[in-house]
Design a protein. Structure first.
Length: 465
């Protein structure tokens, strides 16, 4: 009902009431002037009421905007919401806070987002032949920035400060303007290896398997093409050496890497959440100096198997086969690596290999995510909240691994190890995880220390943003 309608109705009532007064009460009749005064007072009251209603409507509209923003997952700050409620947003920037601060242009072309990870480890050895040093340290302590750099360009810069050293991790620029294919240039991980190319925030065990550590590489300078669909992935690139290498006056190594994968179950049934991953990778390397393969017990301590420097190597070709599966809360992952060395100066060619197989059961029912050839972040259904009786997600693990760095025909004996590992992971929230591993190490008489078989206990407190 409008304000004018209310006034007219009230005036009519007053007029009718005045005309209905009997003649005997004429002396008590209300004059026209008094009626006008009452109408003016009533009009003033209606105007005040209208202002109150208008203010309440604004509050309701603001609440609707806030509820709609929450439904969309948007975390606009309160000032921005107030601007929208007033009928417009004069800012060309939006700010979000989940899971980390992000500043972004309204059109999305430019953005800036800090991120980081901290892995605080403690390692204890039950020694056998050799005295391995117990230690506690920051296995990883990284800070970085990523975002958009104009239309079709993305950047990422990450530095690791672990053990109070400064190391380049990923420093890359990616062009995304070619359909399903991205082109990435900079310091980055080469393609070979499923476990190696999965983020350390998401891997099952505290340390990657010995074969992964021996035959794959961390970030080095290169250019990579990355193509993918919902159930397939393909990467191919050319790589140089680590970005931190100084000028030695010699040519640097060059390698050619390619890796492809499919989710066979996803190709067969687009609606299934289960996964059967099959992958193949090849890395052909042209070294300019010596070559060395080595591994530590449970990823920590001194090298326990080691070929030491192998000279006169013209080329190295490493093959990687991958299988992985997810069926509900159970997941499996396995890789096999084989390294063939072509040598000159009458040296015999050499060959080494290794593999691992590991399985996981998330006993609280969560499913490990999988996308485009990689496992992702486990997110607990009920994040840890002791007041509400929620205790996050719990996972139990088992792994068997082998690494054979012996080739007696080529007169190279780096040793062989066989590890059995068990682990427990506790996911308190999406970004906080506690981990505990125990590894029984078994080496042969060609190892760095013959038949050195320690038991290793690893513990990690992990958080990232």
């Amino acid at each position: 009902m409008s304000k004018r309608t209310i006034i007219c109705a009230c005036a009519s009532l007053l007029i009718l009431s005045s005309t209905a007064i009997p003649a005997s009460a004429a002396k008590d009749q209300i004059s026209i002037e008094e009626i006008q005064k009452q109408l003016q007072a009533l009009s003033s009251q209606v105007q005040n009421l209208s202002k109150v209603v208008e203010q309440q409507n604004k509050i309701i509209e603001q609440q609707k905007i806030e509820l709609e923003a929450q439904k969309r997952g948007s975390k606009k700050d309160f000032e921005e919401v107030k601007k929208i409620a007033k009928g417009g947003n004069d800012s060309n920037v939006k700010i979000t806070m989940k899971p980390m601060p992000k500043i972004e242009a309204i059109d999305g072309k430019y953005s800036f987002q800090p991120f980081g990870r901290v892995h605080l480890d403690s390692t204890q050895f039950n020694d056998d032949k050799k005295d391995h040093a117990n230690n506690s340290n920051f296995r990883r302590a990284r800070l970085g920035f990523k975002g958009n750099l104009g239309k079709d360009f993305k950047y990422k810069s990450e530095i690791d400060f672990a053990e109070e050293n400064v190391n380049f991790k990923e420093m890359s620029l990616t062009y995304t303007g070619i359909g399903t294919t991205d082109i990435k240039i900079g310091n980055q991980k080469p393609s070979l290896g499923m476990e190696q190319t999965i983020s350390s925030n998401y891997i099952m065990f505290i340390e990657r398997a010995a074969a992964t550590n021996a035959f794959t590489r961390s970030e080095i300078i290169g250019i990579d093409t990355i193509s993918s669909g919902d159930n397939w992935s393909l990467r191919a690139g050319i790589f140089n050496e680590d970005a931190g290498n100084d000028d030695t006056g010699e040519d640097e190594d060059v390698s050619f890497d390619i890796r492809g994968s499919i989710n066979a179950l996803g190709l067969y049934d687009l609606e299934t959440d289960n996964v059967l991953h099959l992958g193949l990778g090849i890395s052909h390397r042209l070294p300019t100096g010596s070559v060395q393969f080595k591994a530590k017990p449970a990823g920590d301590g001194d090298n326990i198997v080691d070929t030491r420097s192998i000279s006169s190597v013209d080329g190295v070709t490493i093959y990687g086969l991958e299988t992985a599966a997810i069926f509900g809360s159970v997941s499996f992952q396995s890789e096999y690596f084989k390294a063939d060395l072509n040598r000159s100066n009458e040296n015999k060619d050499a060959s080494f290999d290794g593999y691992y197989a590991q399985g996981s059961w998330i006993i609280t029912g969560e499913q490990r995510p999988y996308k485009k050839g990689y496992f992702g972040r486990v997110k607990p259904k009920n994040p840890f909240d002791i007041k509400s009786g929620n205790y996050g997600a719990w996972e139990i693990l088992a792994r068997y691994e082998n690494l054979d760095l012996n080739d007696e025909d080529a007169n190279i004996t780096g040793g062989e190890l066989n590890n059995i590992s068990f682990g427990v992971n506790w996911y308190l929230s999406d970004h906080v995880r506690l981990m505990a591993n125990i590894t029984d190490v078994n080496t042969d008489n060609k190892a760095v220390v013959a038949d050195d078989d320690p038991v290793v206990y690893n513990f990690r407190t992990q958080w990232d943003f």
